[in-house]
Write a new protein. Sequence first.
Length: 119
Amino acid sequence: MERGLTDELARDAKLRLVARVDATLAAPPHGFPHVADPASGRWRTKPGGAWADGFWVGLLWLAHAATGASEYRRAGLEWAERLHGCYNLPTGDAPDAELVWGDYFLLEALLRRRGGLPR
């Protein structure tokens, strides 16, 4: 039995990722998806500013990269814009500060570019 990431596993992961993103976009959450109930798959959300918010945006960009479909790009831009300004400056004492602030400062840099986020 072959171990590791096979082409078949990679295709299956891509299909599952896109299906989950599609299901979430079909019933858009009121906030950022935070955690899902393992039995129902239903998202619990937060309004913005939680450390995991960027993961949802990342899933949208992965779906766009996997399919080339413009709706994922459009959704990625919209959700990324929602993150803009929802964090205070870091205190540096949070255990997940690097996760939040590294991604957040990259987003801020993109938003402050002349012309905003790449279109």
